[in-house]
Design a binder for this molecule. Structure first.
Ligand code: HEC
Ligand code: HEC
Length: 250
């Protein structure tokens, strides 16, 4: 915990100095417009699908039968990833969704199944406007700190044939153009992101793999521990920011 305290203080100081902008701030005007247009925003259909799945009891008990309203998971969205019960690894929102989706299913789904993504979209839509609040659960503080340290190291480590760190783009080149994109500070406030390039929403896991691919580094497997460590780091780095809900991206 010791090393974390100066880090969090430094972080809250810099937030005061300068307003932190979510990814939506860097959107082109046409995408921003599409986001406001009722009936034209392609995210809406995914919210609807997620809501249907939430109430679906064809594979055993529905999510709703145990959790009630989707908005009851707000606190989870604000504070995941967290350490698993067995204390060995980080689990994010989609890991939890997948676990419950598969609990009583013959044919198991995977993390990149549309069902997982749709539920994540709907659950995060219901947590829109709440504030990121990362803190370790008491019983797993030590492992949480280790995982956060690993994620921090990854963020500043150069990688791939382009020999670039995450920080070199997302701290040092914010606002600059990279091909047709404008580089944002990579705050995790607008997930899942519906990318036009994907023609569907993608989770943090998928977005991070795309950045590994972008610098021509070896792309981690879906669900890899590194991706969860980076996600934890990004969430802590965005401590106190407001969640925008699922967002459009180029
Ligand atoms: C049989 C009851 C039951 C069903 C059905 C169920 N859950 Fe849960 N769920 C729980 C319990 C109990 C917990 C808290 C224990 C834990 O965190 O593992 C939980 C935890 C969660 C969490 C993490 C919450 C947190 O605070 O970290 C998520 C996300 C979640 N469930 C999603 C779902 C989804 C999506 C479905 C439907 C596919 C579902 N659950 C179905 C009982 C259920
Ligand atoms: C060569 C520059 C570059 C590097 C290095 C890079 N990214 Fe990205 N990243 C981008 C671009 C371009 C985008 C799309 C525009 C944006 O949202 O910033 C992006 C998007 C993202 C987003 C989505 C932000 C949003 O709101 O949609 C996250 C999160 C992210 N990167 C994290 C990382 C992490 C973590 C690493 C290190 C493993 C990394 N990136 C490495 C260029 C880079």
């Amino acid at each position: 915990m010791k090393w974390l305290i100066p880090f969090l203080i430094a972080c809250s100081l810099c937030c005061q100095a300068e307003e932190r902008q979510s990814g939506n701030f860097f959107l082109s005007p046409d995408l921003r417009q599409l986001g406001f247009e009722k009936g034209a925003n392609p995210i809406e259909i995914w919210i609807d699908i997620g809501q249907v799945l939430w109430r679906d009891s064809s594979n055993g008990k529905s999510c709703e039968s145990c959790h009630g309203a989707m908005s009851n998971l707000k606190d989870a969205v604000r504070s995941l990833p967290q350490i698993s019960r067995d204390g060995t690894r980080l689990e994010n929102l989609e890991d939890k969704i997948l676990f419950y989706l598969n609990a009583s299913r013959e044919k198991k789904l995977t993390l990149d199944s549309d069902e997982v993504v749709a539920l994540s979209v709907a659950i995060q839509q219901n947590a829109k406007d709440s504030v990121i609040q990362m803190q370790p659960q008491l019983q797993s503080q030590r492992v949480w700190n280790e995982q956060l340290k690993a994620g921090t190291d990854l963020f500043y480590q150069r990688m791939g044939r382009m020999n670039l760190s995450c920080s070199q783009c997302h701290d040092q080149n914010i606002g600059k153009n990279l091909r047709a994109d404008v580089i944002s500070p990579a705050y995790p406030t607008g997930f899942p992101v519906y990318r036009m390039a994907w023609q569907k929403p993608g989770t943090m896991d998928r977005r991070l793999r795309a950045c590994y691919f972008g610098v021509q580094a070896k792309v981690p497997d879906v669900g890899d521990a590194e991706l969860r460590q980076l996600e934890l780091f990004l969430k802590v780095r965005a401590q106190g920011m407001v969640l925008d809900g699922p967002s459009l991206r180029r």
